[in-house]
Design a protein around this ligand. Structure first.
Ligand code: BT5
Length: 273
């Protein structure tokens, strides 16, 4: 199918007054935008470099999982930050980028986009119909940090949003995947969505640099909190109530035996729904 390309001139013009977005690198096809951004960062590229591609041949999720997106349908974008944060605070960038992405989608559609710990954007596909919630994944974020001695040298935040992936192609992505167009019932201008995303990231990053911690707002927007969840780490599977997230973004899980587990990386399924 012939699909619209991102309008790079329009995007560059919309971001011309930005003090963050130094360089927007647009490619038709790459292995992974995170890898391109990492290479640029290692070569000294400035903060505010963003890499965007129409297609990834080796798109990655966490733990070497795959991120699949039909060419020309999605936003596949990696952002280079050089923040003055401690390494344990790098997750704040994931928090601010997930909220920026959810808000950018919300501005162009009437979708209620929720966040799922630690790195997913989800929607309840039941819409306004009664019945149990049906969470589907709309987007994922992959944050990768590089250390120089004990400090953060740079952080790459990779954002993959399923934008105009038609219903019939969703099954090729992953079980439970959905797209903005499938949920909203209409296609969305990907260039406008990217501009909305990058502007919001800039705004929120400015606030972070002025000392604001995105943690409170992010935790309030997590669909997972206060709910019974199943949590799978590489080593074990736990059932419990997601009581909260701490300042570094770790999940605090009250397990069946009453103890409190602190989890930095895991997969969470909502036990009900
Ligand atoms: C993520 O990992 O959700 C992070 C995805 C980040 C993708 C972006 S795209 C731009 C940048 N460049 C990259 O190479 N990556 C980033 P995780 O939570 O581990 O979820 C991965 C799992 O999501 C897979 O194992 C599949 O089950 C599922 N999945 C794969 N593609 C999907 C899609 N398009 N939509 C929904 N789910 C998908």
């Amino acid at each position: 199918m012939d699909r619209d390309q991102l309008d790079v001139d329009l995007i560059a013009a919309a971001l011309a007054a930005s003090s963050l977005w130094q360089d927007l690198i647009y490619r038709q096809s790459v292995g992974s935008t995170n890898d391109v951004a990492k290479e640029l960062a290692s070569g000294g590229a400035p903060e505010g470099t963003a890499v965007v591609a129409e297609e990834q041949t080796a798109g990655r999720g966490r733990l070497a999982r795959r991120w699949v997106a039909p060419p020309g349908t999605s936003l596949l974008c990696s952002i280079l930050f050089r923040p003055t944060l401690r390494p344990t605070q790098a997750h704040r960038l994931t928090m601010l980028c997930s909220m920026a992405a959810a808000d950018a989608i919300g501005q162009l559609t009437s979708l209620a986009v929720h966040l799922k710990w630690p790195n997913d954007l989800i929607v309840d596909s039941r819409g306004s119909e009664p019945g149990p919630q049906r969470w589907h994944k709309l987007a994922g974020i992959l944050t990768e940090a590089e250390l120089a001695r004990d400090n953060l040298d740079f952080v790459i935040v990779g954002i993959g949003i399923n934008v105009n992936v038609p219903h019939e192609e969703l099954v090729d992505l992953a079980p439970g995947a959905t797209s903005v167009s499938a949920e909203a019932g209409h296609e969305v201008d990907r260039s406008a969505l990217l501009v909305g995303l990058l502007k919001r990231v800039e705004n929120r990053y400015g606030r972070l640099q002025r000392g604001e911690n995105p943690h409170q707002e992010w935790s309030e927007r997590l669909a997972t909190l206060g709910r019974e969840v199943r949590v799978r780490t590489a080593e074990r599977s736990l059932l419990g109530v997601a009581e909260g997230v701490d300042a570094d973004g770790a999940l605090l899980l009250r397990t069946e035996d009453g103890s409190l587990e602190r989890l930095l990386a895991a997969d969470v399924t909502l036990a009900a729904g």
